[in-house]
Design a protein around this ligand. Structure first.
Ligand SMILES: Nc1nc2c(c(=O)[nH]1)N[C@H]1C(S)=C(S)[C@@H](COP(=O)(O)OP(=O)(O)OC[C@H]3O[C@@H](n4cnc5c(=O)[nH]c(N)nc54)[C@H](O)[C@@H]3O)O[C@H]1N2
Ligand SMILES: Nc1nc2c(c(=O)[nH]1)N[C@H]1C(S)=C(S)[C@@H](COP(=O)(O)OP(=O)(O)OC[C@H]3O[C@@H](n4cnc5c(=O)[nH]c(N)nc54)[C@H](O)[C@@H]3O)O[C@H]1N2
Ligand code: SF4
Ligand SMILES: [Mo]
Length: 703
């Protein structure tokens, strides 16, 4: 490969898509002698048109962070020592193979974190390693995030990734529930510069935000509807019922593709006739919303984190599809449409989203798309017996801070026989590893956004060529996957064929699509290629054998029936806890970067003034937050943008000093939301964690 000078001593300008969130902004990067000296928005990127957020700018800090890991580390007691790549991979391969030989395949578990979907070197390479391990104990951040979207897509359209995206640049009316893209930069709608896109929408038409908090997005919307957490399904049931009173379903080219449409509508209408909790939103307001949606030339209903990570996540996502169908907006310009990506994620290479082919050993939770719900991970490590997880591979994740009852998982990890982590930091999770394998800078690896191009609000494509070769003593993420799999195969005496290098694979994936784009063409256009707006294509994409949309999947009819039984949280002193995101945060990481850590702490608990007064609390007081499973102590701030009865805390904080090495992150570390969240609180059809709408009690902290 190259010399060991950073980035081969590169000086000059390069263009790459930012890998740090779903927005995939084009960046203009300046290098001097191998150092990244500036990251700016790329005005020539046809999609992001120069947009950048503070995290993109902080890429400079990320590349330079002296505490970022650069060599494989082996833990010896409390100490860490650097070891050689070949030795590291061989050791990991032998230990994992040995544990599987002695205790069976399921004794090795795997957890894949959020960046695995942002990185071609993960998304395209992890599957081969997992196939080799043949373990049923695969977990990921998807089950604390978007599983309900994937399940509904699989059930209705036949593939977990046929996810209709709101056409936000053309729609006349966007009804957005449980999303705050102005802070998060959008999610399951890749839309760089989303604030400007939404402002244009508000000028052109109408944006209504349904959220328990008047968020940054709600503040710029045409209208904000405050709702009690967890009651969106009630609102959506009433909304669909109100639509039926506006008139017959609006015309749609998909009509002939509908299976069991009447059954779905009847079931929803039957439920709407019952006394349902719709979160404090009154029926007249819902009727007016329905009339607005029905009359709008184009409209889109979109629900994200606040809807998927609650107890009724799948039900909510299903109701949203039915509403978009009723208004004739599914697969219609200005409505919601799947993105026919240049490099398809819908096809034989990805799992369609089958479920329940196996269950978790301890609690019997169903598998989905080859994974188990991560809420079951700790108990699968702790509980003795055949199939107990004794070794764990974690990849680009920090489940100790990001999954329910993280403190319990923290303790469980300490009891593993062996743990190996592929990560660039020693964090609350990887500190438990016996071995950490840190990849080279992502900038040294070819990258194509398989996932986010497929969920973008326009059809775009971009090949992000490596800016320089990695140094000899480093490995790219894809090389680590290949190397680890090769080492396990060698130790277990199994055949293994390494997956080809990214560029070759990207070429194959582009060829499997219909855009006609080639790697050469993309290399010649370093700012990316715009293929135009979303186009109707759902009819052709449906993967069910009968070619039809299944409007009334039994699993979702059951979820609807369950809603009636759900009891709203009414404990008099109890509050409902929800999360929040802030532009300078990125889940649990990037807290070690000076540019992002500046300013006042962002991890306080927020509470409405009425709730403070009821508890004799004042802004700035220290409080104890208790849930059914945990308790944390933090500072409270008065924020009247919240609905009374609702409190708000971000996740991803609660950094621990011991064993991690992120000296800035541990200054004023905050507390972890997920020391409070309950691993038993799940969306039933998927097992996705219900992180939002958690019942908590808050009182003045003693001492
Ligand atoms: N209470 C609550 N909990 C939540 C959420 C919430 O809203 N509320 N949100 C949930 C959501 S949506 C998500 S996606 C999860 C995220 O949960 P996780 O994915 O478990 O956590 P992250 O904090 O994203 O950790 C990312 C890790 O990847 C590493 N990393 C970054 N870049 C690279 C790279 O290029 N290569 C490698 N190998 N590693 C890299 C970082 O060092 C970090 O350790 O959290 C979930 N948890
Ligand atoms: N700055 C920043 N950006 C990020 C991330 C980050 O950590 N920081 N994480 C990235 C990741 S992994 C993801 S998945 C995306 C997520 O992006 P979004 O889906 O936009 O997620 P949030 O910003 O958490 O917004 C969820 C909203 O739901 C509301 N909410 C909570 N409970 C309920 C409820 O019961 N009903 C309704 N209607 N609303 C509710 C909350 O108040 C909040 O405003 O963001 C990505 N972008
Ligand atoms: S919005 Fe997301 S993709 Fe764009 S610069 Fe910020 S972190 Fe990167
Ligand atoms: Mo996420």
């Amino acid at each position: 490969m190259s010399t060991s000078a950073p980035l081969g001593g590169l000086t000059g300008t390069r263009f790459r898509a930012c890998p740090l969130c779903e927005a995939i902004c084009g960046l203009r990067l300046e290098f001097e002698q191998g150092r990244l000296v500036s990251a700016r928005g790329d005005p020539d990127d046809p999609f992001s048109a120069g947009h950048i957020c503070p995290k993109g700018t902080a890429m400079e800090d990320l590349e330079a962070d002296p505490e970022r890991l650069r060599r494989p580390l082996r833990r010896v007691g409390d100490r860490w020592e650097e070891i050689d790549w070949d030795e590291a991979l061989k050791w990991a391969g032998e230990r994992l193979a040995q544990i599987q030989a002695e205790h069976g395949n399921n004794a090795v578990g795997a957890y894949l974190g959020n960046p695995t979907v942002h990185h071609f070197g993960h998304f395209a390479y992890a599957p081969a390693l997992l196939r080799l391990l043949k373990t049923q104990n695969v977990y990921s951040a998807s089950s604390v995030d978007q599983w309900p979207h994937q399940l509904v897509a699989a059930q209705m359209y036949g593939h977990q990734f046929i996810i209709p995206i709101p056409d936000i640049d053309r729609t006349d009316f966007l009804l957005m529930l449980g999303a705050n893209p102005v802070a998060s930069n959008g999610s399951l709608m890749t839309a760089p510069g989303v604030r400007d896109r939404l402002k244009k929408l508000v000028k052109r038409g109408r944006l209504v935000v349904v959220d328990p908090r008047r968020t940054e997005t709600a503040a710029l919307a045409s209208e904000h509807i405050a709702i009690r957490p967890g009651a969106d399904a009630g609102l959506l049931i009433r909304l669909l019922a109100a639509l039926t009173r506006c008139g017959p379903p609006r015309p749609s080219a998909l009509r002939e593709h509908l299976q069991s449409w009447d059954a779905a509508i009847e079931a929803v209408l039957a439920m709407a006739a019952k006394p349902l909790d719709s979160g404090g939103v009154d029926v007249d307001r819902i009727a007016a919303l329905a009339a607005g949606l029905y009359a709008a030339p184009s409209s889109a209903v979109y629900g994200r984190m606040g809807l998927s990570t609650q107890r009724h996540g799948s039900l909510c996502q299903w109701l949203i599809q039915l509403i978009n169908l009723y208004t004739g907006q599914l697969d219609s310009p200005g409505g919601v449409l799947p993105n026919r990506a240049a490099a398809p994620v819908i096809g034989p290479s990805t799992s369609r989203g089958a479920r329940d082919r196996w269950r978790s050993r301890v609690r019997g939770l169903s598998e989905f798309a080859g994974e188990l719900p991560v809420a079951a991970l700790a108990e699968e490590i702790e509980t003795p017996g055949e199939g107990q997880i004794r070794a764990l591979l974690t990849v680009a994740g920090n489940p100790v801070l990001s999954t329910p009852q993280g403190d319990r998982l923290d303790r469980a990890l300490a009891g593993l026989d062996f743990m190996v982590s592929i990560d660039i930091y020693r964090n609350e999770t990887t500190r438990h590893a016996d071995l950490i394998l840190p990849p080279a800078s992502a900038l040294t690896q070819d990258h194509y956004d398989l996932v986010f191009n497929a969920f973008a609000v326009r059809r775009v494509a971009r090949l992000n060529a490596a800016v320089a070769a990695r140094a000899d003593d480093q490995r790219g993420d894809w090389e680590i996957f290949n190397g680890l799999a090769g080492a396990i195969a060698a130790a277990a005496d199994k055949p293994f064929q390494p997956t080809p290098a990214p560029r070759q694979l990207i070429d194959l994936m582009l060829r499997s699509g219909s855009s006609g784009l080639t790697v050469e063409q993309l290399l010649a256009q370093p700012h990316g290629v715009d293929l135009g707006p979303l186009e109707p294509c759902l009819g052709e994409l449906i993967q069910h054998p009968d070619g039809k949309i299944q409007c009334a999947p039994p699993l979702l009819l059951d979820a609807l029936a369950d809603y009636e039984q759900s009891v709203a949280c009414t404990g008099s002193a109890a509050l409902s806890l929800i999360g929040r995101r802030e532009v300078r945060d990125n889940n649990s990481w990037m807290h070690n970067l000076p540019r992002l850590r500046k300013g006042a702490p962002r991890h306080d608990l927020w509470m409405h003034g009425d709730d403070l007064r009821q508890r004799d609390l004042s802004d700035g007081d220290w409080v104890q937050i208790r849930s059914a499973v945990g308790s944390v102590r933090t500072r409270v701030r008065q924020r009247d943008e919240l609905l009374p009865g609702v409190v708000c805390l971000p996740h991803g904080y609660g950094h621990r000093q011991q064993g991690t090495e992120q000296s800035l992150a541990v200054v004023d570390p905050g507390v972890s939301y997920n020391d409070l969240s309950d691993g038993q609180a799940l969306d039933k059809p998927t097992g996705n964690a219900a992180l939002n709408g958690l019942q908590v009690w808050v009182e003045a902290a003693s001492g």
